[in-house]
Design a protein around this ligand. Structure first.
Ligand SMILES: Cc1cc2nc3c(=O)[nH]c(=O)nc-3n(C[C@H](O)[C@H](O)[C@H](O)COP(=O)(O)O)c2cc1C
Ligand code: SF4
Length: 418
């Protein structure tokens, strides 16, 4: 708890509409330093710090930055601010409270990748975030941080905002490219990967908002400073979206690898409702449930993967023992069936079959063989779907059945019977 926030240090402190205020609080120092050391040195810093993408897939940022830097011809940077994972609200806090930091992150990434055009794709349901970022972009053009010959360094960059239209799938990077191109948000088959063929078929660096703003302190203070937070294979400051039955829900910034118990009982002030922890959904609908015995787990990408859970986009949704867990699973199943884009059969049909079985489970009308069928459908979606939506659509339901003591004979979850 002695940690001093870095990524959110300016949120609630600066006037988000004032470039002057941003500069007075250290804004654009990182860009000036990046320009002083050059694109290759910036990429080396990101690589040495072992920054892992904060959008959910935990891909090493340095590899992407270098790959796009080495491509020739026109290329793009895209900031993924679609933030559609249920329970995630970290990017919104940044965009509304410190929008210039996102713009500065986009400029540094574009400078490093040698891209002259960038898009910020923002969730359409975030009108205030869109207005704040739009205003920040306009101020940056006026001050010479965007446009031609930025800070006299001979580097040009144009930045535009694109609004999402409410589809979860448009947060998936290739569906997002299709959406910017004016097409329906269907994911593309990979390879080719975005670093070779992304937006408009050109090499594209796409990163989550939180990943991009990690570059600011990292460029200023270096990889050794960055790696002091959390485990060496998954380091850095981290934003956790704490919600549900805790006394103090909200955005928590803490080191990567902070124990879950610390997030719930110290940052969150403990469990409300029945006062007894029933379970925690980590990573959102695409993540996994964990049971009360597991709450000493360290919240970093590698540790959570080892216990069949996921950090994802940083969701920590807390349920007390009085929660209607069957209703929660029903909501999750319906969410995936609704959001499946229908491009591939395992997900299009699997999410429908999953809904039917979970509806029966919630109504205490399971048929013989339903649970085995649910597992088979889930495994098929996980193994055979072409994008992350279908690949993760069964995880929360499977882990709830495994970890909350579901008893088919009584139709009850033991953990939620107290
Ligand atoms: C269904 C689906 C939705 C996604 N939604 C988001 C999102 O809202 N924001 C985001 O940053 N990444 C999202 N992603 C992950 C992106 O595809 C991609 O991995 C990410 O933007 C890369 O940035 P990063 O390396 O900085 O994490 C989603 C993936 C899937 C499969
Ligand atoms: S897995 Fe689902 S969301 Fe992804 S392409 Fe297939 S049908 Fe669409």
């Amino acid at each position: 708890m002695s940690y001093q926030p870095v990524l959110t240090a300016r949120v609630g402190v600066v006037d988000p509409a004032s470039l002057k205020d941003y500069e007075a609080h250290g804004g654009f120092r990182a860009l000036r330093h990046a320009i002083a050391i050059g694109p290759d040195a910036v990429i080396d810093l990101v690589t040495q710090a072992h920054v892992l993408g904060r959008g959910g897939a935990a891909f090493p940022a340095g590899i992407k930055w270098k790959a796009v830097n080495e491509e020739h011809g026109p290329k793009f940077v895209v900031a993924n601010a679609d933030e559609s994972e249920p329970g995630t609200f970290k990017d919104r806090v940044i965009m509304e409270g410190d929008p210039f930091s996102l713009v500065e992150g986009v400029i540094i990434a574009s400078y490093a990748a040698l891209a002259e055009k960038a898009y910020i794709y923002i969730r359409g349901e975030y009108p205030q975030a869109i207005a704040c970022v739009q205003q920040a972009i306009a101020a940056c053009y006026a001050a010479g941080y965007l446009g031609e010959n930025i800070l006299g360094a001979g580097f040009n960059l144009q930045v535009e905002i694109r609004k999402g239209a409410g589809a979860y799938i448009c947060g998936e990077e290739t569906a997002l490219f299709e959406s910017i191109e004016g097409k329906r948000g269907f994911p593309r088959l990979k390879p080719p990967f975005p670093t070779q063929s992304g937006l408009f078929g050109r090499p594209t660096l796409i990163n989550n908002v939180e990943t991009l703003i990690n570059a600011l302190p990292l460029v200023l203070y270096g990889p050794d400073w960055y790696r002091q937070f959390g485990p060496s294979d998954s380091p850095g400051p981290k934003l956790y979206c704490l919600s549900g039955r805790v006394r103090h829900p909200g955005l928590v910034e803490a080191p990567m690898g902070t124990p879950l118990s610390e997030l719930i009982y110290e940052y969150g002030g403990g469990v409300t409702g029945s006062g007894e922890l029933g379970g925690v959904l980590l990573g959102g609908a695409a993540g996994a449930f964990i049971s009360p015995e597991m709450i000493d787990v360290f919240m970093d990408f590698a540790t959570l993967r080892e216990i069949d859970a996921a950090l994802g986009s940083g969701v920590v949704m807390v349920f007390d023992t009085s929660a209607d867990i069957k209703g929660v699973l029903k909501r999750i199943a319906h969410f995936f069936a609704h959001e499946s884009c229908g491009k591939c059969f395992p997900c299009q049909l699997g999410t429908q079959r999953q809904v039917e079985i979970i509806d029966r489970l919630a109504a205490d009308r399971l048929r013989p063989g339903d649970l085995a069928l649910l597992r088979e459908v889930g495994q098929t979606m996980t193994d055979a779907s072409i994008c992350g939506l279908g690949q993760t659509a069964a995880g929360a339901i499977r882990t709830a059945l495994d970890r909350f003591g579901y008893e088919a004979s009584t139709g009850e979850f033991y953990t939620f019977q107290r």
